[in-house]
Design a protein around this ligand. Structure first.
Ligand code: FAD
Ligand code: DLZ
Ligand code: SF4
Length: 518
């Protein structure tokens, strides 16, 4: 006879936190906690192979830890004969089998899944309770109240200041520690060749992860990216170890080299914890509090700690707020009317533009590239080349192991592509080859010359950059932050402008998009 169940508690693959709202009042004897690997979630985009291993392995470890702590857990493996294709199938079956009073859920990150859960209210024969995901510091209601009714544009900086006041992080007597909100002037330097980041801790696969690597290799052979070597934390313990390493060893130089790029090393002094926070193995408050403690103990300077805290309580929370404010429909926006298909090298990393070959190559190898590679190399290229925002979003959602729509979509639509017309970016993040040359060592290994605007061997970013400004001149004319750059454009001789237009057109036509997306 099946044991009675009071509440079913479905935990999603990115809700692996012991403090999760829907676990908090769990009755270990009478409630059933459910985690399920399902094809629907594993294939709503064809995720990078390493992301699949990461999510499934973290789910299995989390379930086994819950069991060891006395919870009743039902875990479905993707290959279980009694498994199901979708979360809907799973809850329908379990409700029929156990007739629980209620299904308790924590609100999901994605709009798609929220709709699915709302449908369950109608279709399931039990009550459905959806609790706020309070692992985020700002609730949906908080963000909406801050944004006000029908906002035309929002700026992260003002939201961030509110969050600093609210958390009290790096505040003293109501004022920011160090006398200012922002230490960017001391940050964002290029990294000299002699500076070597400290070696990172390794977390090689255990037996559970090795099984999943074999399963993903077998079931998802055509998905993007390298399956092995796999070396990411998949437990709370390993995630904490990675965080502590970052705080001790890398945080002091995090701010200074935050925007630097180096061949073969996309991690540098970055924390590499986005995926760990997004999946629930680390809590955003704890990572900030550890960074702030390092500042208070004199182990990390204010420019590094403020820069890091800004990313977590500022950008991360703000981006999520924008997603929920703008859904549904945000993914459809295309203010610059960009229509070009994704070039083949997004899948192969084979291009003679070295910055793109390196950044996409890192992405293929590691399911990771750091913020400036995403924004100022791949995103910047997509913006200048006029790539279709929907295709770019699809790519960004499937290639990174920290990618979930709530965080990927605003970063692509709003930040990288200006496809929302500047809802939160005051100007497009567009740059020519000089920026990439200044911030990386990529150009020294490239067949192109970043200093050449047109002609044989000229860096393609240059003609694309000026042609982009020329093409959108009208739109940007009223933007004060663009006035200096547009004044530079106005100084070009007509024949220079003609050469730029011809070169950009020729380059665009040379791109091939025959490769079928996996
Ligand atoms: P660090 O540089 O060490 O920063 C610390 C933390 O701050 C990160 O772990 C992350 O949690 C947070 N953070 C920093 N910037 C952002 C941001 N813009 N938005 C949200 N959180 C931020 N981040 C994702 O988590 N998932 C994505 O799918 C994703 N897609 C992106 C797509 C584009 C086009 C761009 C420009 C950025 C994207 N980001 C995404 C944000 C950022 O690039 C990554 O969070 C960061 O590179 C992760 O590396 P890290 O953990 O070493 O971060
Ligand atoms: C990303 C992911 C993957 C690959 N697989 C699963 C899964 O099999 N089961 C599950 O519960 N969650 C998975 N996830 C995470 C979900 O896609 C995520 O919870 C939703 O996108 C909501 O943010
Ligand atoms: Fe990229 Fe241009 Fe530098 Fe080559 S020269 S690496 S294409 S910025």
């Amino acid at each position: 006879m099946t044991q009675p169940v009071s509440a079913l508690r479905l935990i999603l693959g990115d809700q692996l936190s012991r403090s999760l709202a829907s676990l908090r009042d769990c009755d270990k004897t009478n409630d059933l906690v459910v985690l399920a690997e399902v094809m629907e979630e594993a294939s709503y985009v064809p995720h990078h192979k390493k992301k699949l291993v990461f999510v499934f392995s973290a789910m299995r470890h989390f379930a086994s830890e819950l069991e060891k702590s006395g919870y009743r857990v039902r875990y479905y493996k993707l290959t279980d004969p009694d498994g199901a294709d979708s979360l809907t199938d799973i809850v329908e079956t379990l409700v029929k089998t156990h007739a629980p009073d209620r299904l308790v859920l924590t609100a999901p990150g994605e709009y798609r899944v929220r709709n699915m859960m709302e449908d369950w209210r109608e279709t399931l024969d039990c009550s459905v309770v959806i609790l706020e995901d309070d692992r985020f510091i700002a609730s949906h209601a908080d963000f909406e109240a801050w944004a006000g009714p029908d906002p035309k544009s929002l700026r992260m900086e003002y939201f961030y200041r509110e969050m600093r006041k609210r958390t009290g992080y790096l505040m003293e007597d109501g004022k920011p520690i160090g006398g200012k909100w922002n230490f960017d002037a001391e940050n964002r330097k290029a990294i000299p060749a002699a500076i070597q980041p400290p070696p990172r801790p390794h977390t090689p696969p255990d037996a559970i992860t090795s099984d999943i690597i074999a399963m993903v290799g077998e079931k998802f052979p055509d998905n993007f990216g390298d399956l092995e070597p796999f070396d990411y934390p998949v437990t709370r313990r390993a995630a904490l170890h990675a965080l502590d390493w970052f705080i001790d060893a890398a945080l002091p130089d995090f701010g200074t080299y935050q925007d630097a790029m180096r061949t073969g090393d996309p991690l540098l002094f970055h924390s590499h914890i986005s995926a760990l926070i997004n999946i629930g193995l680390l809590d955003p408050r704890e990572v900030c509090e550890k960074a702030i403690a390092a500042y208070e103990n004199g182990k990390a300077p204010i420019n590094a700690v403020e820069g890091f805290v800004r990313q977590v309580i500022g950008w991360r929370e703000f981006i999520r707020g924008v997603y929920w404010l703008k859904m549904p429909g945000y993914g459809e926006e295309n203010a610059l009317n960009a229509k070009a298909p994704l070039p083949d090298f997004f899948w192969t990393a084979e291009t003679d533009m070295n910055c793109l070959a390196q950044s996409i190559g890192d992405t293929k190898r590691l399911a990771f590239a750091h913020h400036i590679q995403r924004l100022m190399v791949i995103g910047n290229f997509s913006l200048l080349a006029g790539l279709d925002p929907k295709q770019v979003q699809h790519w960004f959602l499937l290639v990174y192991f920290d990618a979930y729509e709530w965080v990927e979509m605003p970063n692509v639509v709003g930040m990288a592509l200006f496809a929302d017309g500047g809802f939160f970016a005051s100007k497009p993040y567009a740059a020519a080859g000089a920026y990439i040359n200044r911030m990386s060592d990529y150009c020294s290994g490239c067949v192109y010359d970043p200093k050449k605007r047109t002609g044989t061997g000229a860096c393609p970013f240059n003609a694309l950059y000026w042609e982009f400004l020329d093409r959108h001149r009208q739109r940007f004319a009223s933007n004060r932050r663009m006035s200096v750059i547009l004044a530079n454009l106005d100084r070009f001789e007509p024949e220079d402008l003609k050469a730029i237009r011809t070169e950009a057109k020729r380059f665009r036509e040379s791109l091939t998009s025959a490769y079928a997306a996996p």
